[in-house]
Structures are given as structure tokens and as C-alpha cells.
Design a binder for this molecule. Structure first.
Ligand SMILES: Nc1nc2c(c(=O)[nH]1)N[C@H]1C(S)=C(S)[C@@H](COP(=O)(O)OP(=O)(O)OC[C@H]3O[C@@H](n4cnc5c(=O)[nH]c(N)nc54)[C@H](O)[C@@H]3O)O[C@H]1N2
Ligand SMILES: Nc1nc2c(c(=O)[nH]1)N[C@H]1C(S)=C(S)[C@@H](COP(=O)(O)OP(=O)(O)OC[C@H]3O[C@@H](n4cnc5c(=O)[nH]c(N)nc54)[C@H](O)[C@@H]3O)O[C@H]1N2
Ligand code: SF4
Ligand SMILES: [Mo]
Length: 694
């Protein structure tokens, strides 16, 4: 008999709602959850490849303990008792000798993050970090500087937008299924899309207007757009008058940043810049200047993200259909959120964080996420104190943090490295112990609180039993913590018990998720009154163009523009990004996806390539201050001469991930570890490289 089960995809962390068909204990079909608005039954190619991942024998099949040197690839299989005893014994010794704060746990933010945070609090460590800084930390800080809300507490209503302006937000390749469907619906209803990128992406080909901007100069473009909007009074006067703090200062500041000035810096014609400002303002407030997704590009990233958000505010596109909105939690609909373990009464660790977030060195980044790229520098410098143990869940610091060589040196210094993963990631390959997690199709997960215009809760449900000797992360941690004598903070044996504990007091039970895969707190969308009641959380209660968050910490609200370095024939800015067929660093070994996209290549502009004597498919050596690699060239007019581009996530080192082993080059090997000290993101696009025939 075929069973139909609602769950959540995890081929990437967007967590699209899915419906899965299971027959005789085998996964037969996965599609988007048809009950969820925006999914319409659809999936992206990676979501559809979930079955291929599930039945791949090259994932980690049992706990593994390292036998040879780190990274040498000599392993022995272990039982769960043996592996957990091993980790617990090592951790006990480290905590007794060096203190709980010598343990760092890093992960891709996920549904069980509250379990990790509880573990660290219980051992007295402040050292939890997520991937967030590496993704959009500076977007988070920018949002807080203007609204007092994090980016995670804000959303965009694409479906009703009339104008959408995307700064390298490659929506049709860096996919979130609901967002793609909503944008397509808007386009069907006549919305206009402007796409800005030094490279012609799939999104560029769907846009009404495409600008091949000089890489690294979007801030100049925005200062000019703001200049035109203020000079020509194209903004939403009533909204700005009511809510904005610092308009006059902004007006003074942008006066010299004319479209003619921006044309020289960006390569976009002054008249085109004026035309965009005039055109979009006719559609205000249903205008979205997209402020994300990824904001980890440059050392001044926070100011670019602020300028994008400021453009939205000038259009009045805040808390309005077709614009930005603040996400509403269960409370707004008279409901209660699911409980999290971390809400239990545990003392706050008294040591500073390893990454110094919350100290004068990093006053502004969100301490809920930290600044992950400080991991290697902190281990190497032992400042603020020595770090001895690293536990990594669902994240790969060797591939997802710039400067792999620096990270390898740092790992060498540690007494214990533990990886929780489903695959042989590079970090797992360099770990002492691998604790394999059951896949998303094999496990029930913690509750997903989905805040938005209509607050809801979703549940990832086990659809088939584990194929190998794997367990759920929350259960692994519970079993580890019992060995450390802190098991009481984990009041469950199974995932079902944990979910039931989370749901207590919400008025919902696990059975309520069976019909559609989710439960809703209310029926209608909740918009606050945008002229009377915006509920902003800044100190002034206003939208702070002049930001007290920044200025109180000694940073400027409107720093002068610093020009991008001049073009040189043989030096390129390295830019990186996603492709529709892969998730970051995790799907390169999935059989179907590997077959369709087995390695990355280097996009290089035709004129520049001709001067260097490089043709498509030639092997080229690419080098930076941090490292080098050899990959195939893709010579094209579709990229700006000053940039070279590669898809992120290749160049795997783990030999047991045999299909993707040593295919292509990892951008992290090349990138220098440079940080936006104000916003918190690394500057992934501030590395310059040379390219020559290999
Ligand atoms: N150099 C460079 N660094 C980057 C970026 C870049 O473009 N270039 N992009 C940044 C961005 S935007 C992001 S979001 C981050 C992403 O950084 P990561 O989170 O590191 O990347 P992912 O590929 O999403 O997943 C990492 C690991 O999760 C494992 N995994 C997959 N499913 C499961 C599971 O069910 N359980 C467990 N325990 N593990 C699982 C995968 O095997 C993989 O090893 O990287 C950032 N860092
Ligand atoms: N298929 C797939 N979809 C994903 C993911 C995935 O791994 N795979 N990951 C998800 C995650 S975690 C994230 S963060 C998002 C990322 O979503 P996006 O931020 O939309 O995706 P990226 O591919 O990082 O986009 C980078 C684009 O910026 C362009 N770019 C480079 N320099 C400049 C510049 O100076 N100015 C402008 N305007 N553009 C520039 C690059 O050429 C590239 O096309 O995607 C999400 N969706
Ligand atoms: S975007 Fe694709 S891979 Fe990511 S959760 Fe949705 S369907 Fe899965
Ligand atoms: Mo991301």
C-alpha cells in the first residue's frame, strides 16, 4: 500500500513543505506540499533528488573513529556506545582542565539548534555559532540598525509587488521554491523585474531590465538612486514624514553622489539610473528593492544592505502588500509558540565569546549567531582563551569559511574535533569522530515555528526508517549529555517525545499535523497599520536612517563611498555563487546531481581571456594570497571583464565521497578571511586573483 506523508525537505535549508509517497518501506515520490500556498506541488531539482541522496551508499553508514592522522582517511567503524563514550571521555577531560568555554559548537542554524544551545549552556560555554554571519550577518545588522528587527523577522511580499529590483539576488538559480513561484505570479500580473549582476544569470534572462554592473560598486549605484529620489521628491512623503529619522542628513550626504558620478564608477549610464528611479517610484509602495539574500560580499557590506533598505523606506514599501513586512509570531494571532529546551532555567556563561561578539571588537553582530569566520583566528591566537574542542553539526568550516589553509592549521591545534553529518564532508574527513545523523527522510525533527503574515507551525516527519546505523541529532546530543551528567536538561528519549514536549501548551498535538503537514494560528494575514502603528524596535521608535545602533558603537551612519580598485589586465575580483543543481557544499556527491553538474568551471570574460591566451575547456591556474587551484575555463561575454566567477562548493577532499572527490576547485581555498567589522559578514568577494593557463 502506498502511504502519503507530509514533511519538510532538507536538501537545502529552505525547508520547503513536501508530500512523500512511501511503498513497502521505500521512498517512491517527493513533491511540494500541495496544501501550502506558493508550493503548488513543485520542487527544485535538489529537492527532487532527495531519493537519490537517500539511497546513496556513499553517505556515512555508522559512527566512525579516526585511526590515522587528521585528514589521512583511516577510520574504524564504531558502535554508538563506543563513539559516544569516546567523545564524552574526551570532553570531560577538556572541560575539567580548561573549562566549558574551551568547547565551541558550530552549526548551520536548524530546527534542533535549541538542543545545541542547551548543551553549551549546561557545560558553561558561550561558544555557539551558526552559519548566519557567513550568509547574511551584515543584512541582519543592517535590518536591526534601521528597524530594530533582524532580517529573519522580516519578509517580502513578492506576489503583490509591481517592481522588483534584484542586486545579484539570483532568484531563479539560488532557489527558494515559494519565492520563485510568487515572483513568477507577480511577473504574470505585470510586475517589472530589474536585475543587477556583473554576470548574466538565469534571472538576468527573465528580467525586464538587466545591468552588468562593475563588480563591487552597487553602493555607488544606490547612493545615486537615492540622490535622484530625494532631489526629484519621488519618495512617499507621508510615510517618510511619519517614520523616518535622519532624512535631512541623508539628503546632505548624497548630494554629491550624482548619477553622472555613479556612471563612471558602476558603468551604468546616468540616464538609465534616473529612468529606474522615476519608473519604480510610480509604482510605490508596491516596490521591492531586494535586500538579500546573501550579504557576505564586501568589507563595507552593511552599508550596501542599509542603502537597499533605505530605498524601500523611501518608496514607503514597508508593512504593505507588495513590499517588505514584519513577520508575526503566534502571539499576534492569540497563540503560543512551541517550547524550546533552551528556555529552561540555566545560568548564562560568564566568559566572553570566542569570536568576541558583544565586546568592543565586535559590538554589533547578532550574538544569537556569532561570527563564524573568527573560528580559525581565535583557535590560532588563543585570544581570548585557548579553544580545545570543536563540535560541528550540519556545517563545513573547511569549505564554508574563507581560507581553508588557515582552518586546517587551526584544526591541528585542537584536542577534539567531532562532526555530525550525513555525508563525508571535508570537516568530517578531518574529524576525530563522525556521528552520522539520519537523513531528513529518516527522522522526525523539532517543530518549525514559521512566523510570517500568517503564523504557522510545520513538522518534519520520519517517512522511512534509517537505512544505516544513524540517529537523530537531538537524540545523539541527549545521549552524549547523559554521559556528561547533564541529561536532565533533555527530557525525552525519542524525537516524538521531544516534539510532544515542545507542543505542550500550544493547543496543538502531533496528530494535528497529519492532515496537511502544518497547523495555522489564524486564517487571515496580519498587517499592522503602516501609518499609525509600525511597532518599530529602534531606540527612537522610528526607522533610523541615522542609526543609534551604529553611532553609539562609534560607527558612521553614512560613510563616504570608497571607489573599487581600478581594473588591471591580469587581476580579477573572484565572485562566487549558487547553481540550481547544488546546495552549497553538500550535494556534489548526490548521484543524480553529480551526473548533471559534476564540477565547477571558471567564467572569464572573452576579451580578457584572449589576452591571456585562454580558451573554453583549457585548464587554468587561479591563485590568490590564500591559495590556488586548477580548473577548466569557460570563456564568455556574459561576465564583466573585472570579475571571474565560480560556483561555490566543489573541490572536495574526502575520498569516500568518491564521485565528487577532487572535482573542481573550492572557493574557500582561494578566499582570504576578511570581515565586515561593523555588520559581521565575511567579505567573500574582496579577494583578487590571477589566472593563467595551467
Ligand atoms: N567560500 C564560501 N563560503 C560560504 C559561501 C560561499 O558562497 N563561499 N556561502 C555562505 C552561505 S550563503 C551559507 S548559507 C553557508 C552554508 O554553509 P554550510 O551549512 O556549511 O553548507 P551546506 O552545504 O548547506 O551544508 C553543510 C553540511 O551539512 C551536511 N548535511 C546535509 N544534510 C544534513 C543533515 O540532515 N544532518 C546533518 N547533521 N548534516 C547534514 C552536508 O553534508 C554538509 O556537510 O556557507 C557560507 N559560506
Ligand atoms: N540551488 C540553490 N539555491 C539556494 C542555495 C543553494 O545552495 N543552492 N542556497 C540558499 C542560500 S543559503 C542562499 S544565501 C541563497 C543565495 O542567494 P543569492 O544571493 O541570490 O545567490 P548567489 O548565488 O550567492 O548570488 C550571487 C550573485 O551575485 C553576483 N554578484 C557578484 N558580485 C556582484 C556585485 O558586485 N554586484 C551585484 N549586483 N551582483 C554581484 C554573482 O555573479 C552571483 O550571480 O540561495 C539560497 N538558495
Ligand atoms: S529549495 Fe529545493 S532543496 Fe531547498 S528545501 Fe526547497 S525543494 Fe528542497
Ligand atoms: Mo546562505
Amino acid at each position: 500500500m502506498t502511504q502519503s506523508i507530509y514533511s519538510l525537505c532538507f536538501m537545502c535549508s529552505v525547508r520547503c513543505p513536501i508530500r512523500v509517497e512511501v511503498k513497502d518501506g521505500q521512498v517512491k515520490w517527493i513533491e511540494g506540499n500541495p496544501h501550502v500556498a506558493g508550493m503548488e506541488g513543485s520542487l527544485c531539482p535538489k529537492g527532487a533528488a532527495g531519493i537519490s541522496m537517500q539511497y546513496d551508499a556513499q553517505r556515512v553508514q555508522s559512527p566512525m573513529i579516526r585511526e590515522g592522522a587528521r585528514g589521512e582517511g583511516k577510520w574504524r567503524k564504531a558502535s554508538w556506545d563506543e563513539a559516544l563514550d569516546y567523545v564524552a571521555d574526551k570532553l570531560k577531560g577538556i572541560i575539567d582542565t580548561h573549562g566549558g568555554h574551551s568547547v565551541v559548537l558550530g552549526e548551520r542554524a536548524n530546527l534542533a539548534t535549541h538542543v545545541s544551545k542547551t548543551f553549551l549552556k549546561a557545560i558553561g560555554s558561550p561558544n555557539h555559532f551558526t552559519h548566519d554571519a557567513l550568509c547574511k550577518g551584515s543584512v541582519n545588522t543592517a535590518c536591526r540598525s534601521l528597524f530594530g528587527y533582524t532580517d529573519g523577522q522580516m519578509g517580502m511580499d513578492y506576489k503583490n509587488a509591481r517592481q522588483v529590483i534584484l542586486y545579484g539576488r539570483n532568484m531563479f538559480e539560488a532557489v527558494s521554491v515559494k519565492e520563485v513561484n510568487s515572483l513568477m505570479q507577480a511577473i504574470d500580473k505585470g510586475a517589472k523585474v530589474t536585475y543587477i549582476d556583473p554576470r548574466v544569470t538565469v534571472t538576468a534572462t527573465k528580467a525586464h531590465r538587466y545591468w552588468m554592473i562593475r563588480p563591487g560598486t552597487d553602493l555607488a549605484l544606490n547612493y545615486a538612486l537615492i540622490n535622484v529620489i530625494l532631489e526629484e521628491r519621488l519618495y512617499d512623503g507621508a510615510f517618510v514624514e511619519r517614520w523616518v529619522e535622519g532624512l535631512a542628513e541623508l539628503q546632505d550626504f548624497v548630494r554629491s553622489y550624482t548619477p553622472e558620478w555613479a556612471e563612471t564608477e558602476t558603468g551604468i549610464a546616468a540616464e538609465e539610473i534616473r529612468a529606474l528611479a522615476r519608473e519604480v517610484s510610480k509604482d510605490k509602495p508596491s516596490v521591492i528593492f531586494h535586500y538579500g539574500y546573501r550579504g557576505a560580499h564586501h568589507a563595507n557590506e552593511i552599508y550596501l544592505r542599509r542603502s537597499i533598505l533605505i530605498l524601500n523606506c523611501l518608496m514607503g514599501s514597508v508593512e504593505t502588500p507588495g513590499g517588505l513586512f514584519f513577520k508575526k509570531g503566534p502571539g499576534a494571532a492569540g497563540g503560543k509558540a512551541a517550547r524550546k529546551l533552551v528556555e529552561q532555567d540555566l545560568p548564562k556563561p560568564d566568559k566572553p565569546r570566542f569570536d568576541k561578539v558583544g565586546t568592543p571588537e565586535f559590538p554589533l553582530p547578532d550574538s544569537a549567531h556569532g561570527v563564524g569566520q573568527m573560528l580559525a583566528p581565535a583557535i590560532l591566537s588563543e585570544d581570548p582563551y585557548p579553544i580545545k574542542a570543536l563540535i560541528i553539526n550540519r556545517f563545513d568550516p573547511l569549505k564554508s569559511i574563507p581560507d581553508t589553509n588557515q582552518m586546517k592549521k587551526a584544526l591541528e591545534k585542537l584536542d577534539l574535533v567531532v562532526a555530525v553529518d550525513v555525508n563525508y564532508s571535508d570537516l568530517a574527513w578531518y574529524a576525530d569522530v563522525i556521528l552520522p545523523e539520519s537523513t531528513y527522510l529518516e527522522r522526525t525533527d523539532c517543530v518549525q515555528q514559521a512566523n510570517g503574515l500568517k503564523p504557522q507551525m510545520f513538522l518534519r516527519r520520519q517517512v522511512v526508517g534509517p537505512r544505516y546505523d544513524t540517529r537523530e541529532y537531538a537524540v545523539i546530543m541527549k545521549q552524549l549529555c547523559e554521559r556528561l551528567g547533564i541529561g536532565t536538561y533533555f527530557p525525552y528519549e525519542t524525537m516524538d517525545e521531544l516534539v510532544q514536549w515542545q507542543l505542550e501548551g500550544t493547543g496543538f498535538t502531533m496528530a494535528d499535523f497529519e492532515a496537511k503537514g502544518f497547523v495555522a494560528y489564524g486564517k487571515s494575514q496580519i498587517f499592522w497599520d503602516r501609518l499609525e502603528d509600525l511597532k518599530l524596535k529602534t531606540p527612537s521608535g522610528k526607522i533610523e536612517f541615522r542609526s543609534s545602533l551604529l553611532e553609539d558603537a562609534g560607527f558612521e551612519s553614512f560613510p563616504a563611498y570608497e571607489p573599487a580598485p581600478a581594473d588591471k589586465d591580469d587581476v580579477f575580483r573572484l565572485v562566487v555563487g549558487r547553481v540550481a543543481l547544488h546546495t552549497h557544499v553538500s550535494t556534489q556527491n548526490v548521484p543524480y546531481l553529480n551526473e548533471l553538474f559534476p564540477e565547477n568551471v571558471l567564467w572569464i570574460n572573452s576579451a580578457k581571456a584572449a589576452k591571456l591566451g585562454i580558451s573554453t575547456d583549457d585548464l587554468v591556474e587561479i591563485s590568490s594570497k590564500a591559495g590556488s587551484g586548477v580548473l577548466k575555463a569557460y570563456v564568455t561575454d556574459l561576465i564583466h571583464p573585472e570579475a571571474v566567477f565560480m560556483v561555490h562548493g566543489f573541490g572536495h577532499e574526502a575520498k569516500l565521497a568518491a564521485r565528487c572527490y577532487n572535482k573542481g576547485v573550492s572557493d574557500s581555498v582561494l578566499q582570504e578571511n576578511i570581515t565586515d567589522r561593523v555588520g559581521g559578514s565575511p567579505a567573500l568577494h574582496d579577494t583578487f586573483v590571477t589566472v593563467k593557463a595551467a
